[in-house]
Design a protein around this ligand. Sequence first.
Ligand code: FE2
Length: 301
Amino acid sequence: MPITFSPIKRRQFLAGSFAAGLSAVFFPKNIFAHNIDIKQTNSTDHWVFLSDTHVPSDPEKILRGQNPNKNYITVRDEILKLTDKPKGIIVTGDFALDIGTPEDYKQLVSLTAPYIDAGISVHVALGNHDRLNNFLDAFTQFKKEKSPVFNKYVTILETPNCNLFILDSLFEPEHVSGYLGYLQRQWLAKELDARKEKPALLFAHHNPGDIVDNQHFWYVVKPRKQVKAFFYGHTHVYQQSILDNVHLINLPALGYDFQNGKQPIGWIDSRIADNGIELTLHPIDKTRSDNGEVKQFKWLR
Ligand SMILES: [Fe+2]
């Protein structure tokens, strides 16, 4: 359930396994395409990627040793200090803590407002720990009926170097796994076919292996060579793999990790060129060895 916060609507804002036969191959070392240099490109798209913020209403609540409210604010303040302001922020789901309560979203409205004040749009694909109606009750400018897909909320962001497709894998009520559905897959195919001229990057909350209709999803993606990468969260692990020459990029969580500090908690700065993408990891813990780690991914098809 992607939801877009428009900077120009600040006042309104405040008012309101891959299945058998499909196997992703993990080659973390081999996917770094060092022969590209994003920074030498004259025109790059600058975006920030977040995932699994898991913000609770209680600003003091601690989960797995982390304070998600504090993490959200810490990262937000780092992003707002960037001299090169990002065009926008994409959050790949699990925006709220556990069952997406009205109180959680009220807190998120407050925490997200400074981005809007700074003119930075925020786009959210709700995850399995979100709840659509509670979200919409808090963010009143969003309406189900505005989405081109029934009972799903999908968005296309057209940028100079690529088209960003924010997909909706939320499978209510209370399913942990994700589901896109026939209508969304048909819509995706049609909109991709209408945008063959630029690379397409797809974003959703669930990892492909935990999307119930992943095989049918991939029937749409595989033949459409403009799809270069699929970004997702859900696992709270920062990792990358390749399937059919499509980069599968699992974004790190911001709320907390499941591996007692082995996984980074933080945010990703991205530069999107016409031939690939550069990702820079910014963990909250600046003493980590992967602080500032840069990975470049060349488009493979
Ligand atoms: Fe999560």
